[in-house]
Design a protein around this ligand. Sequence first.
Ligand code: GLY
Length: 252
Amino acid sequence: MQRITRAIVRQPGKNFADGITTSNLGIPSFELALQQHHAYCDAIRKCGVEVTVLEADERFPDGCFVEDTAVITKEVAIITKPGDIARLGEESRIAEILSEFKKVETILLPGNLDGGDILRVDNHFYIGMSHRTNQEGAKQLSEILSKYGYTSSQIPVKTVLHLKTGITYIGNNNYVSIDEFADLFKSSNVIKLDKDENYSANCLLINDNLLIPKGFSKSKNEIVKLGYKIIEVEMSEFRKMDGGLTCLSLLF
Ligand code: GLY
C-alpha cells in the first residue's frame, strides 16, 4: 500500500453542533471537539505524516468532515459534490488546496458523491450507494478512475450514513465490518463487530499504524490479535455528529 505523507484536515467551527446528525447521542461540546481534533492531528503526525490544518469555515458546520469532498489517488484528486445540500460548497477550498499537490478532476452535478462512500482496496474502489451518493456521481467517479487504470463497483448502503461508516479495509486482506457488509467479503478476513461496537467499524490505516476509536474493547482485542500497531483516538464529540476517524482527513 502506498505510503501516506500528507493529510489535510479542517478544524471544527463554533457552530459544529449545527451540522447534520442522526445519532441521538446529545449535543457535542465545541471545546472538547477541538481538543479531540488536536489529538487526532497529533496521532496522524505520529504516523510520519505532515498535516495541513485548515481554519474552520462556519458557512459549513460539517466542514471538518473533509473526507467527503475528495477521492485521492497517486495520480489525481477527484473533487466530489457532497450529497447533502447543506454541505455543497465545502469542496471549493479543498479543491484549491489539493490543486497545489495533484492534478484535479471534478464530479459535476447532477452527480453527487461523498468520499465517505468510497472504500479503496488496492486498485479497486467500492462505491457505496447511500443517500449521499447517486448513480450519476458513481458513474462519473468510475469513468474518471478508469482513465487512471482503477476499477470500481457499487455496494448498496442501507443502515448507515456512508459505506465506510460500516466497513473499513485495514490492509493485508483484513476488514472491520458491521453485519450489513460482512458477507460481501467472505473470501477475506472480516472482523464482524458486535452490534454495540458498530461505531468501531470506521478505522484508519496510516502507514504502519491503525487508528481506532477509543472505548471499543471487543473490537480492539480482535484487531490486536492481527498484529496491528494501534493508536486509540477519542472520538466522542465527532460520533455525536455521525463522524468517524476516516471522515476527518484527506490522506495522500
Ligand atoms: N455530519 C456528517 C454528515 O452528515 O455528513
